[in-house]
Design a protein around this ligand. Sequence first.
Ligand SMILES: [Ca+2]
Ligand SMILES: [Ca+2]
Ligand SMILES: [Ca+2]
Ligand SMILES: [Ca+2]
Length: 385
Amino acid sequence: MQNLSLNKPWVWLLINVAFWMSNDAYAQTSVELQEIQFSGDIDHTLPATGGGALVSNDDTIVMFDLSTGTADSNEFLGNLDNADIDAYHDADNCSDRVFSLDASVEINNTTMRPADVFNSTGNKTLDAQTEGIADGINIDAISFDPATCDLVFSVDIHTELDGTVFAPDDLIAWNDNDGFRLFLAGGMDADIDAVHLLDIENRVLFSTAVDVEIGGSIFQDEDIIERVPGVPDTFFELSFSPSPFDPTWEPTDLDALWVMRTPLSGVFHWETSDVEVFEDAGSISVMIVRTAGNEGSIDVSWNTIADTATAGADFVDTSNVLTLGDGVSSGIVMVNLLDDAAVEGTEEFIIRITAVSDGSIGTPQDIRVIIRDDEDFIFADGYEG
Ligand SMILES: [Ca+2]
Ligand SMILES: [Ca+2]
Ligand SMILES: [Ca+2]
Ligand SMILES: [Ca+2]
């Protein structure tokens, strides 16, 4: 598909409309990551969790914790002689932890070929021979479509599958029923050798097999690049590079990738900036909303602040916490009002969001409650007389 001509290098084709539909307007910044699991293609070093240096090789999965800047590692498949783990995805709701190698290896009496995708007990998710992938083809990047759980992968040379020729920078989707289809066309002059499809905004993290220039920026083969689809243009930025942590990454190619992103707690604010109520309404209910993410259970603290309305005379001074559960994007808080017979005109108080247990406070942080005096209201509406 390399010749689906793109007039700009590095504009990825809109192939799967559902994949590209944006669901929410997040800020156009890098997705924050908690942990990155990856593999290199030669021996390399990182700061070890617990101190010292962690020396890893090409069949090791390194778990790098971004909060500490240190790494652990695991040889999930044991020590593989003459084989490099060149594609990897950790367990998630779509899959077990799965791998692909760059050479044929026997695991549990089964031959794992370079285009096989398999778990650590040797069960194949994708069997190259069964699916008709020719010998000599190597799958060099694997992920799963968060929307469908289809396997999404890349190959390392131009490859014909089900009658379509795919390029080394294309992403190919596969499932047992539908076979192979183009997921994203690369259109760049480089081989994608690691990929992770993020479950927000159709963002893609990937690495290339050689250094590459995209939109004026140079990315190294050990870098993780984030593709941000969107408004107004799709753009690419550096997500993470291991090279600042150890010089052994300068010659090392990161060739397998999985990430855990930081939950999007969201931004908490009032639905509206002011609300009117009659003083005999008994209470006022107003809505706190959560935008730019709804992950995790978050406590939102709020309290009333007197203005021209008097706490204890016009409203009940209130300080409380609203908990919005995981996935919940709004909640109602209530303040009791106090009625009196005095003709006092319109009075106002504020309800303020004062703190959130995670995420941030947005605008409006204050909601102004305007209390209409019912005695005044009757007069104003001409019912008297
Ligand atoms: Ca590797
Ligand atoms: Ca492979
Ligand atoms: Ca590739
Ligand atoms: Ca790479």
